[in-house]
Design a protein around this ligand. Structure first.
Ligand SMILES: Nc1ccn([C@@H]2O[C@H](COP(=O)(O)OP(=O)(O)OP(=O)(O)O)[C@@H](O)[C@H]2O)c(=O)n1
Ligand SMILES: [Mg+2]
Length: 399
């Protein structure tokens, strides 16, 4: 019996086959199925043209129709359906200049990156394995389909993908493939940084991140990566054995904490990260720096917010070799009397009313920050009367 993810896609394959076209599961989903790993996205390859797929399914999103890819929506799920194709040259290193649709899957599998990704499976679970992908899965090896030099030149991102798969799957890279990666590695500098960042996030999240980082160091890939290219030693500054990180924000935070001269802002800018990544990295750094001097306390937990607890734990684990328990963070969270500044029972207007003779100014924000700290750390109750009383005895200095 196929896993649930495949079962949901079966009606899509059946519908294509009903129209006298071939359809297979391909790529990562087949690999992960054989490895009994959780299945991510389901990719389907077919002999039907994109326009034919658009005709026979009611809901089709033409995401990359010029390369033969559409998304079929079925039962509120999305399936990437790509027409069998052979690729022309890749002048932009990302998209082939031209693609030719074909009606046979063999050549389609031949253009793919690694043998473990070049498997196809039909509706009944029968495998098409033209390049010994199953053998390589059994032996836990990453090997290119055919000539590695060509595969990596077509898309140099595959060099980083190979290392990412070694991290995620714990596979080793075949020596010949590794040599070919080395030969083409300088082409990495032609890639869009967002694509590299996406692979790097997955690389750092893999269970075998340390093996993967050794590959990165051995191939000296840092020469072609922003920030690292100016300070190659930072790749060697990490603890010898790190535990996986689950987001690029965590990666940036860790690198900044071990190399404080390189600011988070520079990482974010040169790696073209989102604002969300930037904010998370800054918070993690701030929290960890506070933790180093104050240890775990309510103020730390309050600043961190629950969505970053696990990231904070992973950063601490990498830097202190001791484990901070999630349970402990949550227990401290329970003690918090407020979770947000807005929950304070006092605001700027109240402060101005207490000191009517004072002009508006920085003192208001500073006093509010001070009250916020005292309430969070439990020195003051979040009670308007009590806070006012405290202010009376501790009036702010004049600006
Ligand atoms: N540069 C690339 C990217 C993808 N592929 C092929 O397209 C398939 C789907 O690509 P993608 O979803 O990016 O990778 P997956 O192998 O499915 O891995 P993931 O688990 O990350 O989805 C791959 O298996 C591989 O056959 C390729 O040959 N070259
Ligand atoms: Mg995939």
């Amino acid at each position: 019996m196929l896993p649930e993810a495949f079962l949901q896609a079966i009606p899509v394959l059946e519908h294509i086959e009903k129209h006298q076209h071939k359809a297979y599961f391909v790529g990562g989903c087949v690999r992960d199925y054989l490895l009994k790993r959780p299945i991510g996205d389901i990719d389907i390859a077919t002999s039907a043209s994109p326009s034919f797929i658009q005709k026979i399914f009611p809901k089709v999103i033409p995401v990359g129709i010029e390369h033969g890819t559409v998304i079929v929506r079925h039962n509120h799920e999305s399936f990437e359906v790509t027409t069998f194709r052979i690729d022309g040259d890749y002048t932009d290193k990302r998209h082939p200049d031209s693609v030719v649709f074909i009606d046979n899957i063999d050549k389609d599998l031949e253009r793919r990156d690694f043998t473990i990704n070049a498997l196809a499976m039909d509706l009944n679970g029968n495998m098409i394995d033209l390049f010994d992908g199953i053998h390589d899965i059994e032996n836990r090896v990453i090997r290119t389909v055919g000539n590695g030099y060509e595969r990596f030149t077509e898309d140099p991102l595959r060099i980083i993908r190979a290392i990412r798969f070694s991290s995620q799957l714990g596979f080793t890279i075949d020596p010949k493939t590794l040599q070919e990666m080395k030969e083409v590695s300088s082409e990495i500098k032609t890639l869009a940084i967002e694509r590299i960042a996406n692979e790097f996030s997955k690389l750092f999240a893999g269970n075998d991140v340390n093996q993967a980082l050794n590959y990165v160091r051995n191939l000296q890939i840092e020469r072609y990566l922003p920030v690292f290219c100016d300070s190659p030693q930072i790749l060697f500054s990490l603890p010898v054995s790190i535990t996986p990180l689950q987001s690029f924000a965590e990666v940036i935070a860790l690198f900044h904490l071990v190399n404080p001269k390189i600011e988070v802002i520079r990482w974010v800018k040169e790696w073209k990260c989102s604002n969300k990544t930037k904010q998370e990295a800054l918070r993690l750094v701030e929290a960890y720096s506070y933790f180093e001097t104050h240890g775990l306390d309510r103020w730390l937990i309050y600043q961190l917010t629950p969505s970053l607890y696990k990231g904070f734990i992973r950063i601490s684990e990498n830097l202190t070799q001791t484990t901070v328990s999630l349970h402990k963070l949550e227990a401290i969270e329970q003690q918090l009397s407020i979770r947000l500044k807005e929950e304070l029972t006092i605001d700027g207007y109240d402060l101005m009313a207490i000191f009517p003779e004072r002009k508006r100014g920085r003192w208001i924000q500073e006093l509010l920050n001070c009250i916020e700290y005292k309430v969070v750390s439990g020195e003051l109750n979040n009670n308007k009367k009590e806070i006012k009383e405290w202010i009376k005895w501790n009036p702010p200095e004049t600006d």
